[in-house]
Write a protein that binds this ligand. Structure first.
Ligand SMILES: *C/C=C(C)/C=C/C=C(C)/C=C/C1=C(C)CCCC1(C)C
Length: 238
């Protein structure tokens, strides 16, 4: 086996390693806490663990890929997101289900998240030259999700699902509005002319390094933080 050296100022590799470990630790935590979780919250906490577990496996691969090639693991990144973001939509559905959430709402959220991610993938890979257009379409799908969780069905249902569910949903809505908004920043930094034709980082290699750091930090906040909100909801009286 070859031993690869990591420079002490290689922050990209650093965040991939920390990301892997943090996702693993969070998964162990959520899975072990399941046995002491009230039955009605068990599926929600299980899904929190699945989200960080899927991310842990992908981070393990992304870490190795980045270490071996120095490149951005765009493919693994998007496979991870395509599996985990719909699961975050499932979380919204599960906690509002008792207040009457229909499956139609779940499909709306999942569909919007897939449009957001597939168009983002196009902009980062096959159609890099038109990353602005794809970014805008992806952004529209993102704002639709923001709308659903802040003003639409999700928020309306949460109001009638008890004080604790309402509070948790509001916190999760903040994650979507602020935490998820970090991703388009990474996209703008990493794609050519990402900000409506303005190239923020001229050096392409450097641009993709910045993008990875931004995505890695965002993933840790959004996957582990999101899961912990669900976990604390499971420890309330609601
Ligand atoms: C665990 C992973 C999560 C929560 C990933 C979320 C990803 C996004 C919210 C990505 C959004 C994007 C845009 C809104 C526009 C540019 C392209 C994307 C895909 C980076």
């Amino acid at each position: 086996m070859e031993h690869l050296k990591i420079a002490s100022d290689n922050y990209v590799a650093f965040t991939f390693f920390i990301g892997t470990m943090a996702m693993m630790a969070a998964s162990v935590f959520f899975f072990f806490e399941l046995s002491s979780t009230p039955t009605k919250w068990r599926t929600s906490v299980l899904v929190s663990g699945l989200i960080t577990f899927i991310a842990a496996v992908h981070y393990y691969y992304m870490r190795g890929y980045n270490l071996a090639t120095g490149d951005s693991p765009t493919f693994f990144r998007y496979v991870d997101w395509i599996l985990t973001v719909p699961l975050m939509c499932v979380e919204f559905y599960l906690i509002t289900k008792k207040a009457g959430a229909k499956q139609g709402l779940l499909w709306k959220l999942i569909f919007a998240s897939l449009v957001m991610l597939v168009t983002g993938y196009f902009g980062e890979t096959i159609y890099r030259g038109s990353s602005v257009i794809w970014g805008v379409i992806s952004g529209a799908a993102y704002f639709y999700i923001v709308y659903l969780v802040w003003f639409g069905e999700v928020s309306q249902l949460a109001q009638t699902a008890g004080a604790q569910v309402a509070k948790a949903t509001k916190t999760l809505a903040w994650f979507v509005l602020v935490g998820w908004a970090i991703y388009p920043l990474g996209y703008i930094l990493g794609t050519p002319g990402g900000l409506f034709g303005i190239q923020l980082v001229a050096d392409a290699a450097l641009a993709s390094h910045y993008m990875d750091i931004v995505y890695n930090v965002a993933d840790a906040i959004n996957k582990i933080g999101f899961g912990l909100v669900i976990y604390s909801l499971s420890r309330t009286q609601d």
